[in-house]
Design a protein around this ligand. Structure first.
Ligand code: FDA
Length: 342
């Protein structure tokens, strides 16, 4: 046996144990526990080091990630545009640990806006504030996002600020409000998570200020005092918020809504409401993640709805990938079976 093969086999032992624990959890405790375990692992540095080093993990992650470089993201965007889809590009990264990383992310995202303009892509950009240094220094994150939003404005484009875990919701909404009110940057929008109890109040405020909103269910691990523990309640709230965001007041305020879900019930409820209220299809769009429910994406485009695909790229794929595993246990089986085949 070569030294290389020996090293790989030795590394495979703790990883196999980790994966065995995960599959055991999934089998014995069901979806809720495995979701919680995966969401914990998405933040754990040791798990990132372990799984991030696995070539098979990187290969499976490719299902959800366009590639590691901007040019790979451009190629995927072009292909989606040719199928009638809009795109939002996301340079992967979150929770950076120093200023240098935050500034490097800012530089990459600014280049990304230039690239979208030069390549004439139909794409805007999504960003996470912790990638720009929010956990290090609020001022640093603000300066970084301000520079990015200005770049979006001069290139005639739009910046979406993704929503992260609940302790960051207030500061995220506040930063977006300052960009709009103090710097006149109306080309910035936010994300609302239907699993949070507070979201109805936030939506009401965002409608009054004509802010563009992406509505999603929410992808993080949240305690019961801030988020609905039951999926059925989150789904009910999603429909309620969708109706507010597409309602008469929101339309009068020209709020543009991204209905971000792969759930056919949520999509069906949105279509029914739009039909009932005779809402123009240009007033909203559906949004889905790259690599998820591709056939449904094509179907909605075929039916004449606007569809935007969230396309992440970069090397920091680990937490994004593990959140995608947490959303659907079948993804975990897919990962495990690929691993077992090696
Ligand atoms: P749900 O989880 O109920 O899934 C419905 C069905 O969709 C599943 O049964 C399955 O068929 C399919 N599906 C869903 N997820 C899948 C996956 N990962 N792999 C394969 N199939 C899957 N969250 C957040 O907290 N902050 C944010 O900023 C964003 N941004 C964002 C942008 C866009 C464009 C999308 C589509 C989603 C987000 N999210 C997000 C993630 C969101 O909160 C949520 O976790 C996922 O969209 C999954 O929820 P669904 O609404 O799809 O429903």
């Amino acid at each position: 046996m070569s030294k290389d093969t020996f090293t790989k086999r030795r590394a495979a032992v703790p990883i196999s144990i980790l994966l065995l624990i995960l599959s055991g959890l999934l089998y014995w405790f069901g979806e809720t526990w495995s979701r919680h375990t995966l969401l914990y692992l998405s933040k754990a540095g040791w798990a990132r080091a372990l799984v991030g080093a696995l070539p098979v993990a990187k290969q499976v992650a490719r299902r959800f990630v366009a590639g590691e470089t901007m040019s790979e993201a451009v190629a995927v965007t072009r292909e989606l545009n040719s199928r009638g889809m809009h795109v939002t590009l996301d340079y992967l990264g979150e929770g950076v640990s120093n200023r240098k990383e935050a500034e490097a992310a800012r530089a990459e995202i600014i280049r990304l806006f230039d690239c979208i303009a030069e390549e004439r892509l139909d794409a805007n950009v999504s960003v996470k504030l912790t990638q720009l240094g929010l956990k290090l220094d609020h001022r640093l994150a603000f300066e970084n996002v301000l520079a990015i939003a200005r770049k979006a404005q001069v290139t005639g484009n739009f910046l979406r600020i993704d929503m992260e875990d609940s302790p960051l919701v207030d500061i995220t909404l506040d930063i977006e409000r300052r960009l709009r009110e103090e710097f006149g940057l109306a080309n910035v929008g936010v994300v609302i998570q239907a699993y949070l109890y507070r979201s109805e109040a936030d939506v009401t405020r965002l409608i009054k200020s004509s802010t563009g909103v992406r509505l999603c269910k929410g992808a993080y691990m949240e305690p019961e005092d801030v988020a609905f523990p039951d999926k059925a309640d989150t789904d009910r709230n999603f429909v309620k918020l969708m109706k507010l965001l597409l309602g008469t007041e929101a339309r009068a305020k020209r709020v543009y809504v991204g209905v971000a879900t792969h759930d056919e019930n949520m999509i069906g409820a949105t279509k029914a409401f739009v039909r009932e209220q005779k809402i123009d299809r240009a007033e909203f769009e559906f949004q889905m993640l790259f690599g998820v429910r591709r056939e449904l994406q094509d179907k909605l485009v075929g039916e004449g709805y606007r569809m935007r695909v969230y396309v992440p790229y970069g090397t920091a794929w680990y937490p994004y990938f593990v959140r995608r595993l947490a959303e659907r246990p079948a993804n975990l089986w897919f990962f495990l079976s690929n691993f077992a085949r090696r």
